[in-house]
Write a protein that binds this ligand. Sequence first.
Ligand SMILES: Nc1ncnc2c1ncn2[C@@H]1O[C@H](COP(=O)(O)OP(=O)(O)OP(=O)(O)O)[C@@H](O)[C@H]1O
Ligand SMILES: [Mg+2]
Length: 250
Amino acid sequence: MGEPFIRVRGLEQKFGEQHVLRGVDLDICGGETLALIGGSGAGKSVLLKHLPGLLQPWKGSVEVDGTDISTLNERELAPFRRKVGIMFQGGALFDSMTVGQNIAFPLRESGEKDEREIARRVSETLEIVRLPGQEQKMPSDLSGGMRKRVALARAVVDRPACVLYDEPHAGLDPITADSIDHLIRDLNEHFGMTSVVVTHEMRSVFHIADRVVFLEKGRIYWSGPAAELKVTRDPVLRPFVDGDSGEPWN
Ligand SMILES: Nc1ncnc2c1ncn2[C@@H]1O[C@H](COP(=O)(O)OP(=O)(O)OP(=O)(O)O)[C@@H](O)[C@H]1O
Ligand SMILES: [Mg+2]
């Protein structure tokens, strides 16, 4: 593959005395599906938030599509936020807005004013996530799996080149979790979307990932093809793959 779409170099992040990211180097290539795994508190969500510039590096740099975004201001970041969509951990929908308004939000943020065009794209995206015609519902009226799919619709409605999914499977039954995987794969196949998926669901990792990155204590401990992870004998990775990582939800 050619130039990476996202290039992270020497990324460090600190919150007070807590050194959360301790020097992360990572290339994300256009069109690939990368799974980011690791224990709770490893720094996965924090790493993800640097990619659309929602957090600024303490040290190091993040390049998106050839531009170092680590020193840009909010206004300068706007076009990069359009290239890199994010589905936050827990969905994080705006509870006072309808489903339709939630999904329309990124379109309005990027300056779309044509109401008919907005309605058309919201409706089209609801079909992609298999929730056709649900525009008028309130988030509180949806099941957990439906909320996840609305959050996913909001992350992809503006057709970003890259989508970051933070725990899209958490709290879902296996069938609904599979349907999220299908969506991620469909978006990759139909639009060439680059995906970064943070998940504890190893089943999904083996279903969708071209490559896996294992983060531990703010550093990349291991990175390689999913097939290699499956047969690993590494004492840190193996329990994780077997779903015996000591995490309460496994
Ligand atoms: N804005 C913040 N301010 C202070 N500390 C933070 C902030 N964001 C994250 N942290 C801390 O950074 C560490 C890593 O958090 P992060 O959310 O990246 O973990 P994670 O790998 O995503 O874990 P999980 O699998 O539980 O979601 C945690 O100790 C967390 O408390
Ligand atoms: Mg997290």
